[in-house]
Design a protein around this ligand. Structure first.
Ligand code: FAD
Ligand code: NAD
Length: 466
């Protein structure tokens, strides 16, 4: 039987990064993945394919709507070749998952394909092409998550679908009904809206992206409405029915009245649930919470002292970069180091256009905690760079402590916000004040100048270009 210092179950961004870091630190490492490709949700059916389709559909929308005003004339009709678009997405996925195979080989990590399940706290059975068993001094559970559903919805995976199917449709929906105005619903809703579908979003809470700062939600709502999304907040979905090619969604609005939406596809994007099916956690003495998450302490250690858990299967944001940080954290803990993760500084991004990105506390959280704060905002449309590229929507908002000026939260919506948020993370990691950021030189003309201007506005209301 093969023996390892550490075995990792699941090869998503949590698992494969943990494996690399363990190997770098000199541990004999194995990784177990039930699917034939490595990379987990993120690389196969999550972050990477969704961004590939967002990029392709963005190009199409630019060609149809914006090329002309840039002085680019295209003779003839511009058409979408969905098969080719989905094919390109798949080749991006294949290249990326292939890259993980390479990294495993490079770091001398043994890869096992098959469902991993605990025999006891130090032995794992792997049900692959042939059943085998390995021994591991330590194990890291990184089994991720699966789409959640509402109890009354039957996902037929043809017309009533999750994100996984939405990434490989064979036709552009005429009318896509999206249940859940969170990250997946809006990103994939925007893909199909750009490609020509009518898109109706039905959201239970009183606003889309309800966990983000209300200002971001309001601005994104405005932009999506301008693009003719139908957004129905405060609607509680109560039934989804498929009749041939038609999908009928019934919901109750705020007043308790029934509202009926009819479309040809329905994307159910109401969150994801931690995934531990078949893992046989009990055999290893690993406790699972009522919500199905693996229970962990502040060291990400489970109730079995040699078993750790990371990523979507434990508490916290379900984000690839959070899973990666936790993978590194556990590897370094196993090597006797004292790593640290500041969960407050894990940024959140929605890759719609304009992009939405945030780090730190929202205004709602600061109010609730009774923290006295000041705000500085700057609209993207006041930037030369925004006018040059015609990306005028959005703003940057900085929240700083009223007395000390320390930055407590940065919330932005605009072109390239997903990349710009890194500046805010660095600033907050070093506990910068708004004035610190306002005194740093920002290249001109760039979108990042909005961060400097918002910092000036937060410092003492002295933005320069507004
Ligand atoms: P996963 O990536 O889910 O990987 C878990 C792996 O474990 C899977 O491969 C699974 O097959 C395997 N596994 C499970 N059980 C077993 C077992 N018993 N034996 C063997 N293998 C097993 N996050 C971002 O940060 N940015 C984004 O842009 C983004 N976009 C997304 C878009 C979509 C459409 C979706 C669905 C998600 C997106 N996410 C994004 C979320 C991101 O994919 C997850 O947070 C991330 O993949 C979690 O990583 P993980 O390693 O915890 O688990
Ligand atoms: P989400 O939590 O972002 O959004 C789910 C939405 O569904 C929420 O707004 C919620 O209020 C709503 N909802 C819940 N029950 C409902 C009901 N009965 N009727 C109507 N609306 C209802 O979840 P998601 O969009 O499914 O994404 C799942 C996870 O994947 C998220 O945790 C997210 O972090 C991750 N993800 C991240 C990215 C990214 O980082 N860009 C992209 C996609 C997914």
């Amino acid at each position: 039987m093969n023996s390892y210092d550490v075995a990792i179950i699941g090869s998503g961004p949590g698992g494969y990064v943990a494996a690399i870091r363990c190997a770098q630190l000199g541990m004999k490492t194995a990784i177990i993945e039930k699917y034939s490709t490595l990379g987990g949700t993120c690389l196969n059916v999550g972050c990477i394919p969704s961004k590939a389709l967002l990029d392709s559909s963005h190009h199409y929308e630019d060609a149809v709507k914006h090329f002309e005003e840039h002085g680019i004339d295209i003779p003839g009709d511009i058409k979408v070749n969905l098969e080719k678009m989905i094919g390109r997405k798949q080749s991006v996925v294949d290249q990326t998952t292939g890259g993980i195979d390479f990294l495993m080989k490079k770091n001398k990590i043994d890869v096992y394909h098959g469902l991993g399940s605990f025999k006891d706290a130090t032995h794992i059975k792997i049900a692959g092409d042939k059943a085998i068993e390995i021994e591991a001094k330590n194990t890291i559970i990184a089994t991720g998550s699966k789409p959640s559903n509402l109890p009354f919805i039957k996902l037929d995976k043809e017309r009533v679908i999750t994100s996984t199917e939405a990434l490989k449709l064979t036709e552009i929906p005429k009318h896509l009904i999206v249940i859940g105005g969170g990250v997946i619903g809006l990103e994939l809703g925007q893909v199909y809206k750009r490609l020509g579908a009518e898109v109706t979003v039905v959201e239970y809470m009183d606003r889309i992206i309800p966990t983000m700062d209300a200002g971001l939600s309001k601005e994104l709502n405005k932009v999506l409405k301008k693009a003719k999304f139908s957004i129905n907040a405060s609607h509680k979905v109560k039934a989804v029915e498929r009749k041939g090619k038609e999908v009928i969604v019934k919901a109750d609005n705020k007043k308790g009245e029934e509202v009926v939406f009819k479309g040809d596809y329905c994307l159910v994007s109401v969150g994801r649930r931690p995934y531990t099916d078949g893992l046989n956690t009990e055999a290893a003495g690993v406790k699972v919470t009522e919500r199905g998450q693996i229970e962990v302490n502040e060291h990400l250690q489970t109730s079995a002292s040699n078993i750790y858990a990371i990523g979507d299967v434990v508490k916290g944001a379900m984000l690839a970069h959070k899973a990666e940080e936790e993978g590194v954290f556990v590897a370094e803990t196993l090597a006797g180091q004292k790593p640290h993760i500041d969960y407050n500084l894990i940024p959140g991004v929605v890759y719609t256009w304009p992009e939405v990105a945030a780090v730190g506390k929202t205004e709602e959280q600061l109010k609730e905690a009774g923290v006295e704060y000041k705000t500085g905002s700057f609209p993207m449309r006041a930037l030369g760079r925004s006018r040059a590229s015609m990306d005028l929507d959005g703003f940057v908002k900085i929240l700083a402590d009223k007395k000390t000026d320390e930055i407590l939260g940065v919330h932005m919506i605009g072109a390239r916000a997903a990349d710009m948020i890194a500046e805010a993370v660095v600033a907050m990691e070093y506990r910068a004040s708004a004035e610190d950021v306002s005194r740093m030189s920002h290249a001109h003309p760039t979108f990042t100048e909005a961060i400097k201007e918002a910092a000036l506005a937060a410092t003492d209301d002295r933005a320069l270009h507004i």
